[in-house]
Design a protein around this ligand. Structure first.
Ligand code: PGA
Length: 248
C-alpha cells in the first residue's frame, strides 16, 4: 500500500480552495501510488460529488456515535457516507481539548464508523507536560488500546492511527523523525500485542510541510502524514504530496 496523505482543513477553506486543491493534486495519485484524503468541513463534503472521476478520497473531521437524534450541530456516520466520504477523523486533539471528547467517546465514534464501513482515522498524542514527564508512550498507547480493545477484532485493521503530539500541532515545531519513529513503533507493538495485526497504519501529524515531509516519511514506521495548515495552500500541498511520493 502506498503512503497516505490526509489533509485536515479544520474550520478553514472555501469552495475555491477545494477546486484548486483537487486540480493540483489529482494528477499525482495515479502515477505515484500515493493516496490522498481530504478531511473537509462537513458542508464542503456536499460539493465533492462534483468531482466524480477523481481518485481523491474524502473524510469528515468528526462524527457522532449515534445514528440520529436531537443532537444539534452533529453529523452521523451515515450522513458522511451519503456525501461520499469514505473516512472520518476521530478524536482529534482539538476536539478532545475544546469539545471535551473523552477516550470513551472516541471509542464509541470509532465503533459507529466501523459499523457502517467508514474508515476511522483515530488521532492520539501527548501534550507537552506529558512528554516532559516522560509519559508520551504511556499516553498514546493508552489512547490507542482504549479503542482497539473495544472494537470488533475483524474490523480493527480498518482503523488508521494518526500520531499527533499536541505540542507540535499548529506550532511550526514538528516532532523529530526519531521521536515520530519511536512513538509509531511503540503504537504498532502495542497493537500487535492486542489484536495480533501486522497491518496497523500510523500517520504522523503536527506541523508537517513540504520541507519536512520527506525526512519524516523516510522513517520505517511512518506510513503517511496528516497535514493541517500546510494543506490550505494548493500549490504548497501539491509540493508536499510530491515529497511524500518521492520518499518511497
Ligand atoms: P498542523 O495540524 O499541520 O497545522 O500542525 C495538524 C493537525 O492538527 O491535524
Amino acid at each position: 500500500m502506498g503512503p497516505l496523505v490526509v489533509a485536515n482543513w479544520k474550520m478553514n477553506g472555501s469552495e475555491q480552495l477545494l477546486q484548486a486543491v483537487v486540480q493540483q493534486v489529482e494528477g499525482l495519485i495515479g502515477p505515484t501510488g500515493i493516496k490522498v484524503v481530504l478531511a473537509l468541513p462537513a458542508p464542503y463534503l456536499s460539493l465533492t460529488k462534483g468531482f466524480d472521476d477523481t481518485q481523491i478520497e474524502w473524510a469528515g473531521q468528526n462524527v457522532h456515535w449515534l445514528k440520529s437524534g436531537a443532537y444539534t450541530g452533529e453529523v452521523s456516520a451515515s450522513m458522511l457516507l451519503e456525501l461520499g466520504a469514505g473516512w472520518s477523523l476521530v478524536g482529534h486533539s482539538e476536539r478532545r481539548q475544546y469539545c471535551a471528547e473523552t477516550d470513551e467517546m472516541v471509542l464509541e465514534k470509532t465503533k459507529a464508523c466501523l459499523a457502517l464501513g467508514l474508515r476511522p482515522i483515530v488521532c492520539v498524542g501527548e501534550n507537552l507536560q506529558e512528554r516532559q514527564a516522560g509519559k508520551a508512550l504511556e499516553v498514546v498507547c493508552r489512547q490507542l488500546l482504549g479503542v482497539l480493545k473495544g472494537v470488533p477484532r475483524d474490523l480493527a485493521p480498518l482503523i488508521v492511527v494518526a500520531y499527533e503530539p499536541v505540542w507540535a500541532i499548529g506550532t511550526g515545531e514538528e516532532a523529530s523523525p526519531e521521536i515520530a519513529q519511536e512513538v509509531h513503533a511503540a503504537l504498532k507493538r502495542a497493537a500487535r500485542k492486542e489484536i495480533d495485526t501486522v497491518a496497523l497504519r500510523v500517520l504522523y501529524g503536527g506541523s508537517v510541510n513540504a520541507d519536512n515531509a520527506a525526512v519524516l516519511m523516510s522513517m520505517p514506521d511512518v506510513d503517511g502524514v496528516l497535514v493541517g495548515g500546510a494543506s490550505l495552500d494548493a500549490l504548497g500541498f501539491r509540493r508536499l504530496c510530491e515529497q511524500v511520493a518521492g520518499s518511497v
